[in-house]
Design a protein around this ligand. Structure first.
Ligand SMILES: Cc1cc2nc3c(=O)[nH]c(=O)nc-3n(C[C@H](O)[C@H](O)[C@H](O)COP(=O)(O)O)c2cc1C
Length: 379
């Protein structure tokens, strides 16, 4: 299949796969799509190891890397505070509330030698910790770089273009898509509210054709709620040049999704997700569990903005996830993760390559069915 998006990165099928798991990324690229490694939580050393591994697996087939480059973050005004300084700004009320939540759900403390202090680790979203990641990224044979949370900054675009690497940018609204195009992005990912992770409020069906028209002639990928061939066909019918999927890989054989969460995903229905600020401080779609419900409580303090919320809850989530596999426990009840509405269609564990093949097969069936609508039965 040839579209402007497949030609841009040199792939055979217009399926782009966002995943934090290098095995999924490599499997999709080997199947003819473009795996894109989500590297926001990688250290520069780990990113180098993973990209070397992917390169050895895909043997010249294209793959991409995705980083979160926000326009604004708390601390920027102060000249870029260190994570430890930022963690000193966490309100006592919030810290006490999180401690109490863990107590109420009987989540055991992490042994002292394993404990992660608040404000350390987690996402790299400030310019200071992003820079070494970019250095590693541009030493590798990357076919695409992607960024979310605001238009890609000029230094990012300039560096990518100097290395002849196209830049993709995620947009949840027409205005964002226009800003990405003006900033110099080569590929716009129009991501509807159905999507897992950070997401806006406009549905994919409504958003994609508007974005396609607004940024023409730039190619657009449809994202949010796409997990099968009929949805791939729908995305292309909306004017996209390909699709960008994230949730569907979370229940593949290769996915490193926590077993407790993977099990919940396989059982979840279409209505079991919620947009919540409880993990990152920005609205992100995830599985609804007592964790997300607790953060909505009117008598609670509510989430802090990014990047304070991940600093606040990072150690708590670590404490929950360490023991979440034990059924019938508070930790198991609380456990959640980012996932989109298509979680309701993810009912069996499959190898990644089969997911890609089935998407292509069902896409072909859909196109044939639609073509059949244009012909009389006697033709
Ligand atoms: C677990 C998970 C984590 C995500 N993290 C990121 C991220 O770090 N950067 C990003 O650009 N998009 C992220 N996304 C969004 C995906 O790139 C993609 O746009 C989205 O998953 C598409 O919708 P779908 O989930 O319905 O397939 C994430 C999605 C999921 C499911």
């Amino acid at each position: 299949m040839h579209t402007r998006a497949t030609d841009l990165v040199g792939i055979d099928v217009p399926i782009f796969a966002f995943s934090h798991c290098r095995d999924v990324v490599a499997a999709v690229s080997k199947a003819g799509g473009c795996g894109v490694l989500g590297a926001v939580a990688h250290s520069p050393e780990q990113l180098d190891i993973d990209l070397k591994w992917i390169e050895s697996e895909v043997k010249g087939k294209p793959f991409g890397v995705d980083l979160l480059v926000p326009e604004k973050y708390a601390g920027a005004e102060e000249g870029g505070l260190e994570p430890r300084q930022l963690s000193d700004l966490l309100p006592e009320e919030h810290k006490a509330w999180v401690d109490d939540l863990l107590e109420r759900y009987d989540v055991p403390p992490v042994p002292e030698d394993l404990a992660i202090p608040r404000g350390v680790g987690g996402m790299r979203i400030d310019p200071k910790s992003m820079a070494p990641l970019l250095d590693v990224l541009f030493q590798h044979d990357t076919a695409l770089v992607a960024s979310a949370l605001g238009p890609p900054p000029p230094h990012f675009i300039e560096r990518a273009h100097a290395a002849e690497i196209p830049v993709a940018a995620l947009a949840g609204s027409v205005e964002h898509a226009r800003r990405h195009a003006e900033a110099g992005a080569d590929l716009i990912v129009a991501q509807g509210t159905e999507a897992g992770g950070h997401t806006g409020q406009i549905a994919t069906m409504v958003l994609v054709p508007e974005v396609v028209d607004a940024v023409a002639p730039l190619p657009v990928l449809a994202a949010g709620g796409i997990a099968r061939g009929r949805q791939l066909a729908a995305g292309m019918a909306l004017g996209a040049d390909g699709v960008w999927c994230g949730s569907v890989w979370l229940t593949t054989e290769e996915a490193e999704t926590m077993p407790a969460v993977k099990e919940k995903f396989l059982e979840a229905g279409l209505g079991d997700t919620v947009r919540s600020r409880s993990i990152t401080g920005k609205p992100a779609r995830m599985l609804r569990t007592p964790w997300t419900d607790e953060w909505e409580r009117p008598d609670g303090p509510g989430p802090l903005p990014m990047p304070m919320q991940p600093m606040l809850v990072g150690p708590a989530l670590g404490r929950i996830h360490r023991v979440a596999d034990k059924k019938g426990t508070g930790a198991n009840d609380l456990a959640t993760y980012f996932v989109g509405q298509v979680v309701g269609s993810m009912n069996t564990v499959k190898p990644t390559q089969r997911v890609v093949m089935e998407m292509v097969e069902e896409f072909i069936d859909s196109v044939e069915r639609l073509e059949g609508l244009l012909h009389d039965e006697d033709d």
